[in-house]
Design a protein around this ligand. Structure first.
Ligand code: N01
Length: 550
């Protein structure tokens, strides 16, 4: 570990924030508003996190814009105009930059700076962070806002270095864009990123070959220009709508709460309901059609089969249609994709689908790709839409330790352990935003970010009032929470899928279900109750030695 304590101290902070995305920026705003000295460290050359890095063609949010936005400031949500039902990556990045300017956040963001280590001094109750540029910063508290899908992963196929064409990863897309015109392109991966980019690349490329390991369910987004009347109505009721959203499992409002099981109605009724959702577009609405789609396999089968039949109806070649129709996991147990013309793309003459589940990719070659079964593909460009080391990747990349000998990588060897997804036992004064054990990735992310950061801010206020400067969860509270997260997950269908929620996309990663799937509403109530009971499960303290003079 680089010795974080010996370098010149460039900063003395109250709170160091790791990450300059939606979470880091809101943390600056909220904590600075309490009079705290804060600074966010961001590896990118610009703010925006996910929306800064993921610039691949077709990158767009799968939650409607009027919902997927900050709710902390009514003037902001009234003023901002979303041009489409779903925000594109450039539009969302523009919004984030607007927020940064509007609330004067940039002065507390240090760009092009990656935090490489963090060491907690248990005598002074202080973190020392080291950057890749050799600076150090000391801070009483650290807020890890480093993202859940921020560690892009290219599978270690042999031969990547020998490939003479160009290759790209969806999460590290060149800022100038990529022109695939006239090229033979291979896309590896059919998750949300692949599903969004494939229709667009297909329109440019001479030929597109999609290498699919697992077929994914995707629903039509039905994106469209924002309807002025819809926007007007939404804005007129914004605060009530935000409150209503907070009372749902996904923190997304506007969908009637389901009242009965999918098995309580006739086939005709059920298919009519699914058809209406299919026509309406959107993924939450579909999964929220009945109470039990994510907990009852027989109910889920009806929703899965409806979409499989849609795929069979759209894709003309029956063999391709069967390959695209997912059969190895219940719908919704992997992140449900949202697309514009995805399945239709396979009807194009210049697009082919290759099943790399039955014949895996063996290596990249100078001219393209070869499968274990000996199929070869000549390619000018390869796009890895192969995902991320999700939820734990960003924190495991930082060498996080304490003077008591705790080491986060070792603590998380068997899978991530947290209390409420907010803190880790043995790592005092380190908060995590929407990390493992939190519902974040299963919700409208910005709502979860605001809820987490508000909870952290209130907690710091509580400590300040009492002259406390150290907080950590008890080991018992952490163990009980991890058990609770697991119990809830195992009462659902989620563990039936090999998803990044389970760490299944990373060879060797522990298979542990990481997000809390009990719902945002239930989680928020639980966090509020913990705070109301004097932060039950947390242990507070005061520094044994005073912090160096400031
Ligand atoms: O990544 P993924 P993503 N050989 O992990 C395949 C969010 N997001 O970037 O399923 C062959 O989902 C892998 O196959 P398998 C959203 O939360 C949101 O697409 O592991 N294939 C899979 O098909 C999403 O869930 C939005 O068998 C290999 C694909 O690569 C999350 O980000 C848009 C392989 C990876 O899919 C991640 O999405 C984009 C190998 N060795 C992303 N390794 C929206 O808001 C991996 N794959 C719309």
């Amino acid at each position: 570990m680089p010795d974080a304590s010996n370098g010149p101290v460039s900063r003395q902070l109250d709170v160091a924030i790791v990450g300059g995305g939606l979470a880091g920026l809101y943390a600056i705003h909220r904590l600075r508003g309490m009079g705290l000295r804060v600074r966010a460290y961001e590896a990118g050359s610009g703010i925006g996190g996910t929306w800064f890095w993921n610039r691949y063609p077709g990158a767009r949010c799968d939650v409607e814009s009027l919902e997927y936005s900050y709710g902390f400031d009514d003037a902001l949500q009234q003023d901002w105009k979303w041009p489409e039902r779903y925000g594109t990556q450039p539009e969302i990045l523009k919004y984030i930059n607007h927020v940064a300017d509007r609330f004067d956040l940039r002065r507390d963001v240090q760009l092009e700076t990656r935090i490489v280590s963090a060491l907690f001094d248990g005598e002074a109750n202080e973190w020392t962070l080291a950057t890749d540029g050799g600076e150090t910063a000391r801070a009483r508290y650290v807020v890890m806002a480093a993202g859940n899908l921020s560690t892009p992963r290219v599978p270690d196929f042999p031969g990547l270095k020998s490939f003479t064409g160009k290759w790209y990863h969806s999460g590290l897309w060149p800022h100038g864009g990529v022109d695939f015109s006239g090229l033979r392109v291979g896309v590896i991966g059919t998750g949300s990123s692949g599903v969004q980019m494939i229709p667009i690349i297909a329109r440019q490329a001479k030929h597109l070959t999609v290498f699919q390991r697992t077929a994914n369910f995707s629903l039509p987004a039905r994106n469209a220009p924002m309807e002025p009347e819809r926007e007007r109505r939404h804005k007129a009721e914004y605060p009530e709508r935000r409150r209503a959203a907070a009372d749902t499992p996904f923190a997304i409002g506007g969908h009637a709460k389901p009242t009965h099981s999918a098995l309580d109605v006739t086939d005709e009724e059920r298919n009519a309901a699914y058809e209406a959702k299919w026509q309406e577009g959107g993924s939450i609405s579909y999964l929220y059609a009945y109470t039990d789609l994510l907990v009852n396999k027989a109910s889920n089968d009806t929703a899965s089969e409806f979409v499989r039949n849609k795929i069979r109806g759209i894709v003309e070649d029956p063999r391709t249609a069967e390959l695209l129709a997912p059969k190895d996991h219940p719908i919704g147990t992997k992140r449900l994709c949202l697309d514009t013309g995805y399945y239709e793309t396979y009807n194009r003459d210049n697009v082919s689908l290759v099943d790399v589940r039955s014949d895996r990719i063996a290596e990249l070659t100078e001219t393209g790709l070869r499968t274990a079964g000996g199929q070869t593909f000549d390619l000018d460009a390869i796009v890895f839409a192969t995902g991320f080391d999700a939820m734990t990747g960003a924190l495991r990349e930082i060498d996080i330790r304490t003077s008591d000998g705790a080491d986060l990588r070792a603590h998380w060897e068997g899978g991530p352990l947290t209390y409420l997804g907010l803190m880790v036992a043995g790592f005092p004064n380190m908060f995590v935003v929407t990390g493992p054990g939190s519902p974040g990735v299963k919700t409208q992310m910005i709502a979860s970010i605001e809820q987490h950061v508000d909870w952290i801010a209130d907690c710091l206020g509580h400590m300040r009032e009492r002259g406390l400067d150290r907080i950590e969860p008890s080991a018992e509270a952490e163990t009980a929470w991890v058990q609770h997260v697991n119990d809830i997950a195992h009462a659902t269908l989620y563990p039936l899928a090999n998803s990044w929620y389970m760490g299944a996309n990373i060879p060797g990663k522990p298979r542990v279900f990481m997000p809390y799937v009990g719902g945002y509403d239930r989680y928020k109530r639980h966090c509020d109750a913990v705070a109301a009971k004097g932060y039950e499960g947390f242990v507070f303290g005061r520094a044994k030695v005073p912090v160096a003079s400031r």
